[in-house]
Ligand binder design. Structure first.
Ligand SMILES: Cc1cc2nc3c(=O)[nH]c(=O)nc-3n(C[C@H](O)[C@H](O)[C@H](O)COP(=O)(O)OP(=O)(O)OC[C@H]3O[C@@H](n4cnc5c(N)ncnc54)[C@H](O)[C@@H]3O)c2cc1C
Length: 500
């Protein structure tokens, strides 16, 4: 790199949002530089940890064939169409009507074409048979989750390595161990460059346009405490340790508008023994998302949520918050013989407590959680009351089956079956934070805007660091899709801006 070289576009970050931007900018002819804070070995952000699920619209399996191509077999999957209306309704429903309607419409309307564009670039796709999909004994086909039918083949690990390869093939240099710190602006408020701290010290890199794609602040305990609340200070982080929010702060300091639910985040049930930060040997395999078929109790032996409120991809992102409210942020997911076959294969990474009677289960849990005063008598009472409250009906994991309890607080409103057939399994579960919801505001062109909604000249943003998309909850697979839709827009617009 020449000293004082001016790049057309600098992209901060090296995840899905960043590379879709970098590749789109390159396709417009821009000279692009990518900055990655992580060392090469740990590169790729949260994207590398993901299950690779992209939520997008499709009307039939035929729509997905040009995307999965010869990489998967459409004959053994069952798909329910997922229309524009469905996706918009999901965003509205799970965010309590708060999701920005303009940004939501762009996310939805450009979801399918963006996945196809990524397939054309070289990302390989397959059907998502793993997360939220249901295989029922005797059924020839796997029913894919509503809206979540596609995932990047090889999940986040391969998605990430593919994006790095595509960037290298497109002659996009990547600077590792280079932390962006401060935006440099001209007297008109436009972007002139960025100050970075790298292996050679601190320096300023100059550019005509800048795309920020450096993730949320979930890995920063100080910001978690300040914005999410003190109880979030010690939670486990599911993904990368490098998303610590400094570029969100830097953009705000430059006049970018803050937006979205700053006290909100995506946080899910994970293995109680999961490491403090995500580890690449485990990626997303610590998730414990089969709880709709369980009874979940806290250390006081009490149920605390409707485990069967909805399919897991519509409740898992808010479930972590509920678990954090429980004593020691520790709960137990209890299954019996009938529901064990429905557990996601990710449960294989756990060590459950397994017994042949509920009494023995209570004893074993009391032993394990003696220091935390597990309330065994309450636990047994809760299971008795639950079993007595389960109503007759047909259990069907494929649909919201309304097989429910009556007379409990809270009720379980779908998939309620008695816990009465050994073996009994208890999976110790805690909360893991995935990403934060508050960030900076972008407009439909993915330009960062100031307090009067005016674009800041030359500043674009995408991915986890943008606010206004998700509040309170999140539909699974919408994170990668949001990053890619707006990454592609940001990259193309940054390149055009740089051209003048
Ligand atoms: C375990 C797990 C599983 C998930 N599974 C899914 C899934 O299947 N589908 C889905 O939609 N979402 C999933 N998510 C959510 C996912 O995090 C986001 O959807 C998406 O990966 C975010 O992409 P991004 O590019 O915005 O951020 P990231 O991929 O996190 O990229 C941020 C990049 O910025 C870099 N960076 C940070 N600060 C700086 C700085 N100051 N200077 C330079 N670089 C910096 C980081 O090192 C990183 O390279 C999952 C998350 C986790 C943790």
């Amino acid at each position: 790199m020449q000293e004082q070289e001016i790049f057309d576009v600098i992209v901060v970050g090296a995840g899905n949002a960043a590379f879709t931007a970098a590749l789109a900018a390159r396709a417009e002819g821009a000279q692009v530089l990518v900055l990655e804070k992580a060392p090469r070995k740990l590169r790729g952000g949260n994207t590398r940890f993901t299950g690779g699920i992209f939520r997008c619209t499709y009307n039939s399996v035929e729509d997905l064939i040009p995307i999965v191509r010869e990489n998967d077999n459409p004959e053994n999957v069952a798909i329910v169409p997922y229309t524009r209306t469905d996706f918009l309704k999901d965003l509205e429903r799970v965010t309590g009507g708060r999701a920005d309607p303009v940004l939501s419409a762009i996310l939805v309307d450009r979801s399918y074409e963006t996945v196809r564009w990524m397939a054309d670039l070289g990302v390989v796709w397959e059907f998502n048979r793993a997360v939220g999909a249901v295989t029922v004994a005797g059924m020839a086909k796997v029913k894919l989750p509503f809206g979540g039918a596609l995932r990047a083949k090889g999940e986040g690990v391969v998605l990430s390595s593919t994006l790095f390869r595509l960037a290298e093939e497109a002659d996009i240099p990547i600077l590792y161990e280079t932390q962006a710190q401060r935006l440099i602006t001209a007297s008109d408020g436009g972007i002139e460059g960025i100050e970075v701290r790298g292996p050679a010290g601190t320096r300023v890199l100059r550019c005509r346009a800048l795309v920020l794609a450096s993730g949320g602040f979930q890995a920063n305990p100080e910001m978690r405490t300040a914005y999410l609340g003190p109880s979030w200070s010690l939670v486990k982080v599911r993904g990368t340790r490098f998303n610590t929010g400094e570029m969100i702060r830097a953009a705000l300091a430059t006049g970018a508008q803050s937006y979205g639910e700053w006290s909100g985040c995506h946080a899910t049930p994970i293995d109680a023994d999961a490491p403090t930060y995500g580890e690449l040997r485990l990626t997303d395999k610590t998730n414990r998302l089969s709880y709709p078929f369980s009874v979940m109790v806290n250390l006081d032996g009490e149920r605390f949520v409707d485990e069967g409120e909805d399919f897991n991809l519509y409740t898992y992102a808010k479930m972590g918050r509920e678990i954090l409210r429980q004593r020691s942020a520790t709960v137990l997911q209890i299954f019996d013989r009938k529901t064990l076959p429905l557990l996601e294969t990710r449960y294989n990474t756990a060590t459950p407590v397994v017994t042949d009677t509920l009494l023995e289960l209570a004893d074993r849990l009391e032993e394990r959680y003696r220091a935390l005063s597990f309330r065994k008598t309450n636990f047994l009472r809760t299971l008795d009351a639950y079993n007595a409250a389960v109503q007759d009906g047909v259990f069907d994991p494929n649909i919201l089956d309304s097989k429910r309890t009556v007379g409990l607080r809270p009720e379980k409103t779908n998939w309620a079956t008695r816990i009465d057939e050994p073996p009994f399994h208890a999976y110790p579960t805690t909360v893991g934070i995935t990403f934060t919801f508050g960030g900076i505001r972008i407009n439909p062109e993915a330009a960062a805007v100031d307090y009067l909604d005016r674009p800041i000249p030359g500043l674009f943003a995408t991915g986890e660091m943008t606010g206004g998309f998700f509040y309170l909850n999140y539909p699974g697979g919408a994170g990668l899709m949001r990053g890619a839709v707006f990454g592609r827009i940001a990259g193309a617009n940054a390149a055009r801006f740089a051209r003048g």
